[in-house]
Design a protein around this ligand. Structure first.
Ligand code: CIR
Length: 258
């Protein structure tokens, strides 16, 4: 029997010192963020995932955004090299936890890669060429995953932090995207669903089991998805959004035997 695991990490009390690239710093309340994050975990559990807490990193403002620290496919977990220096110390505890579930692979010293730039659609993997992920990171990820039959495609993204700020995959064949940040032509094999024009940040959805989580601030995009036959659930991570985080960033989802 396979079991869905969601790896998460507690919000740091220093969250307000997070890295920011496209947003202006506003006051961020880590207690509110933590409450919303716990509700997110409850929703993940309700969708069938076993929530597993990584070692807390209270000194790391961005530590809650665990997605950026590893790429996990069925055969292997690739530990990343985050594209911003302040986050380099976040990967070790993720690696420690993932070693229980997967063989680990690593990137070379010249690589930078954030998990937020990696969108897996079956064995096709799209990787954003963003401010955080460089060409060596994309090439190294390709080398780590090629033996298992995955193909990695470097994908242009602009105007937002990561590829998955601009688009996310909803199995079996939909990509939800904001065409201002990523071209629909990057995904010739997928069915394109555009975010509602009033909700540019709505493309970061997270599908667990048979439900697709959508940010609570984006009800119109949820409606678009519902009309397309996708079952959605709104989740409020508005405090983490001020830190440029969203739904996928806050967990690593993997399947485990038994
Ligand atoms: C950062 O800039 O690294 C954090 N403040 C936000 C990271 C969000 N992660 C993600 O989208 N995967």
């Amino acid at each position: 029997m396979t079991r869905t695991i969601a790896l998460v990490r507690e919000v740091s009390p220093l969250l307000s010192e997070c890295a920011l690239t496209h947003l202006t710093r506003t006051s961020i309340d880590s207690t509110v963020a933590s409450r919303q994050h716990h509700e997110y975990c409850r929703v993940l559990a309700g969708a069938g995932a076993r929530v597993e807490w990584l070692a807390p990193l209270p000194q790391h403002p961005d530590g809650v955004f665990v997605e950026d620290t590893a790429i996990v496919v069925d055969e292997v977990a690739v530990i990343t090299r985050p594209g911003i220096e302040s986050r380099a110390g976040e990967t070790a505890t993720t690696a420690e936890a993932l070693a229980r579930y997967r063989t680990l692979a690593h990137l070379s010293d010249a690589a930078t890669l954030d998990g937020g730039d990696v969108m897996c659609a079956g064995r096709t993997i799209y990787v954003g060429r963003s401010g955080r992920t460089n060409a060596v990171g994309i090439a190294d990820l390709g080398k780590a995953l090629a033996p298992f039959g995955y193909t990695v495609h470097g994908t242009e993204v602009s105007g937002c932090l990561h590829l998955k700020t601009a688009c996310t995959f909803v199995p079996p064949n939909v990509v939800v995207l904001n065409p201002a940040w990523v071209s629909p032509q990057s995904f010739p094999a997928l069915e394109i669903v555009r975010v509602h024009p009033d909700e540019p940040h709505a493309a970061n959805t997270l599908t667990v089991g048979s439900v697709t989580l959508v940010g609570a601030a984006f009800p119109r995009t949820a409606e678009v998805l519902e009309r397309r036959g996708i079952r959605t659930r709104l989740v409020d991570l508005s405090e983490l959004a001020k830190a440029e985080g969203a739904l996928t960033c806050s967990s690593i989802i993997l399947e485990s035997q038994g």
